[in-house]
Structures are given as C-alpha cells and as structure tokens.
Design a binder for this molecule. Structure first.
Ligand code: FRU
Length: 476
C-alpha cells in the first residue's frame, strides 16, 4: 500500500516502469568519480548510516536513501548484509508505506532482541491539513536473514516542551535488560538536546526519562542535535552526535555542520566529560553511527546536509566511510580503518612520479614530523589536490579541484593541529580520500573532484611511501 506519493515524496512502490533503470543509466555515465571500495548507492542520494548491527554472523548496514535523484526526497532505508565489509548482498528495505512514515523513513539505530533485529527510526510525517511536521518514532522488526517482519509506531508526537524536530532514535539494551533509546531533539526555545527513553520490552510504551546533559559542551547557537549514539568504550561512556549551528573556529567546526564525541562518565543522565572533539577534520563527514561486536566500529556519511556535489549531475550523491574500529588512547578516541589490503610496495619519491591506480590506492607516508607538500593527481585544466604539513598544522587543500558553489562557500582548505606528525595513511577511492593521522589520532574525510585525472604524485622533498591496492567491494 502506498498512501502518499507526490512530487519528491515518492516511494519505490510508485515508480514507473523502467524509471530506476533510467536513473541508473545516468549514474553509469560517470566515468570519473564512482568509488570502488566505499559503499555507495546504486542511484540517487545516500545519507546517514542507519540500523547498524552485528547479528552474530553478519553485519547489517542500512542507509538513508532517496532512489530517484541526488536530492533529499522520500527517504527509504536501503539494506545491505555482509560478513567482511567486502561482499554485500541486499536485505529487505524500509519503504515508506504507512501513515506513521508517510513522508519518509528517517534515521535510527537497531538492537538484537530475541534473535530479531529491531530497528528504531523516525517516521517523517506531515499533517495533511496544514503540512505541519509531526515526527513519529517507529519500530521495524527484521529476522537475521534480512526479511522485514513488521513495522509499528511507538510514539506519535513530540513530547511537551519540544518542537517538531525530534528524530533519530538509537536504541541499546541496559545491563538490567531494558531497552533504552537516545533521540535527537530541539527544545521549544530552539536549542538542541537529546532525550532518553526507556521500555521494558518491545510491547511496552516508551517512558521519557530525561534529557541527556553533556557537561562542558558549548551549545551556543546550536539549534538541533541529530543522530545521537551512546555507548561504552574502554571503561568510559561515549556520546557521539551531530550538533547543528556551532560557530566556526580557526581550526575546528569548519563545515556547515559537525560530528562530535564527548567522553566521560555518565552520572544519572549527565555525562561528566573529560574530552570533547570533532570526530573528523575533513570536508565531508556527518551523522556517524556505531556497531558493536567484540569491538566498537564506526561508520559515517561522507557528506553533509545541504551540500551539492559535482556528481549530482550524474544523479548520485555520496557514500559511506570505511568501517573504523574505535579505541581509547591517551584519553581520546582513535579510529582505525578495517580494510584488507594487498601487498605493499615501498617507494622513495622525489619530484613527480606516475603511480598506477593511485586513485584507488592505500598510501602510507612516513613524515617524521618534517614539513611536507604533496600534490595528488593532475588534469589538463591543472586541477590537483594538495596535502601540506608545516609548523604543527596539517592542511588539505582542494582549491584547485572542481567544486560546487555551496562546497566553495565553506572554504576550500581544512586544517588540523597536531603536536607532531609521524605517519599518514591515505585511502583514495576516485572522488573520496580518508586520511588517518598517527594511527588514527585524527581523521580527515573528504570528497575531491578531478575529472580525467592522471595518476601522478608530486613531492618537493624525498618521502618514503608504502603503497598497496585495496580490493573493490562486490554487490551480489
Ligand atoms: C541527518 C538527518 C537526520 C534525519 C535524516 C533524514 O543527516 O537530517 O536527522 O533523520 O538525515 O534523511
């Protein structure tokens, strides 16, 4: 049943014959930018990772998906299942077809409950009479094979004191066996916060416990907290979320919106923080969510709300990051990519060097805290991507690459301060680079657009580089 399909709020149930295949034909015209080992949508716009869960054998990875174009329209949950993050097959999607999700299945997380995967998500609903948004919090139950068994609404309006912006529930199970979820919210005074709810089991009514307070977080101008996630790591409590509205600072909060973590001790519903930092210092990173197996693994969206990319002309938009294992070191979160690589080759580079498949390679650079200027790629228009380290500042400069107006509006250099720089690891995948600094002390995730590029690397000084191939992922 599809009950609402107008304009951009069109679900897959309402597609015309051949409509998606026609969009796919446009996507396949892109010969420059489609990634090979990052999870990207077959067509249209991908945004937040959702419902991440390890079912004991497989990982289930869902993401926000608008299938028809590179724009935010009717959101579905696309569903992939994998053992190893390399081979993926599809599970049942969430396709909006109930009144409690009439304008899209928005973000959320999942738990394993009695051998099923129970996803909590926000139903985006606009009231027919006045188009007012009324967020619903919903539940979708899948079996481990990925089959959708049931969907239902558990909360049909925002609680008193909060606006229409209450979304992105992330559930977890307490040591006492209760279900709790944390959900992003906006207070009536238009400031951002998160709410904690509790349920005894799947059939009980969610009780609002309180707001989650994050001590020492400067919430000035922050109007919404999106995509909260609360978990334990190395004996501490970690809160990850995407606050909107923070002021730009010289070396921090340089994008339009941000993904942040706070680390400390949860006392009641207040997080006493030891450390607050951005999770990523690149141009394009937002709305991360974690999966628990014996480790804690984080996946983010290589993108941000309100951004347009050059690939939008090919009717596809962005991708997910590589999975990253989190650890606690020196009181901070470190992130290490979980990727299998081929054999490594060592190069001593000076000047200009062609490198086969550079745009889908892993590079490890020993910097030993010396100044560095590296230019990656080149095309006939003189486009290139520059990485520089000098005086304790690492910068990624995409000024000389193709940018849309909105990309350029937020500046074309990203910087990150470091006490010292020993090691850089770069994962290039055609129009994305993930840069891991000092074994995951900092990460910079960025898109870059250089069409018809030559795979060359140019360095002023001699540098030692290890290089390896990264295998493409396959979809079955
Ligand atoms: C974050 C976000 C979420 C929302 C979803 C809609 O990027 O805005 O808050 O649930 O995207 O696609």
């Amino acid at each position: 049943m599809h009950i609402f399909n107008q304009g951009k709020y069109k679900s897959l149930h309402a597609q015309a014959a051949g409509e998606l295949a026609a969009v796919r034909d446009v996507v396949l015209q892109d010969k420059d930018f489609r990634p090979t080992y990052h999870l990207a949508a077959p067509t249209g716009l991908l945004n937040d990772p959702n419902g991440l869960i390890f079912d004991g054998e497989h990982y289930h990875i869902f993401y926000q998906w608008f299938p028809y174009d590179a724009m935010h329209g009717m959101k579905h949950w696309k569903h992939y299942i994998t053992r190893d993050f390399r081979t993926f097959h599809e599970g049942d999607m969430l396709i909006p077809d109930e009144r409690f999700e009439s304008h899209g299945c928005y973000s959320g997380g999942a738990i394993l409950w009695q051998d099923n995967i129970v996803a909590f998500y926000t139903g985006n609903v606009r009231r027919a009479s006045d188009n007012q948004r009324v967020p619903h919090q919903n539940m979708a139950i899948f079996d481990k094979s990925g089959k959708l068994l049931e969907k239902r609404c558990i909360i049909s309006e925002p609680p008193a004191g909060y606006t229409e912006h209450v979304r992105d529930p992330k559930p977890f199970i307490t040591p006492e066996g209760k279900i709790r979820f944390v959900v992003g919210a906006q207070r009536n005074d238009l400031t951002g916060t998160a709410l904690l709810y509790e349920m005894d089991d799947l059939n009980s009514t969610p009780r609002l416990l309180s707001e989650l307070a994050v001590e020492a977080f400067d919430n000035q101008n922050v109007f919404m907290w999106e995509c909260p996630d609360l978990f334990q790591l190395g004996g501490k409590e970690v809160f990850v979320w995407s606050p909107q509205g923070k002021n730009r600072e010289a070396y921090q909060y340089q994008n339009n919106f941000h993904a942040v973590y706070a680390l400390g001790k949860l006392v009641g519903s207040s997080l006493q923080t030891d450390q607050i930092d951005e999770l990523d210092y690149g141009f394009d990173f937002y709305a991360p969510q974690t999966i628990e197996n014996s480790d804690r693994i984080l996946v983010g969206w290589v993108g941000l709300p309100d951004l347009q990319y050059p690939t939008d002309r090919y009717k596809w938009h962005s991708m997910l990051t590589l999975p990253r294992k989190l650890s606690l070191q020196n009181g901070k979160i470190y992130q290490q990519p979980l990727v299998e690589m081929g054999e490594r080759e060592t190069l001593h580079l000076a000047g200009e060097q062609p490198i086969a498949d550079l745009d889908t390679c892993y590079l490890q650079i020993s910097v030993e805290n010396r100044p560095l200027v590296l230019d990656f790629f080149r095309n006939s228009q003189g486009q290139t991507l520059r990485l520089r380290y000098d005086d304790g500042v690492l910068s990624l400069d995409r000024t000389a690459t193709e940018q849309t107006e909105i990309m350029a509006k937020f500046g074309s250099v990203r910087q990150c301060k470091l006490a010292r720089l020993d090691k850089l690891e770069l994962f290039f995948d055609r129009s994305v680079v993930e840069i891991f600094v000092n074994d995951g002390e900092k990460v910079l995730t960025s898109r870059f657009f250089i069409a018809e590029r030559e795979n060359v690397l140019i360095s002023e000084n001699t540098v030692e580089i290890e290089i390896a191939k990264v295998r493409a992922i396959t979809y079955k």
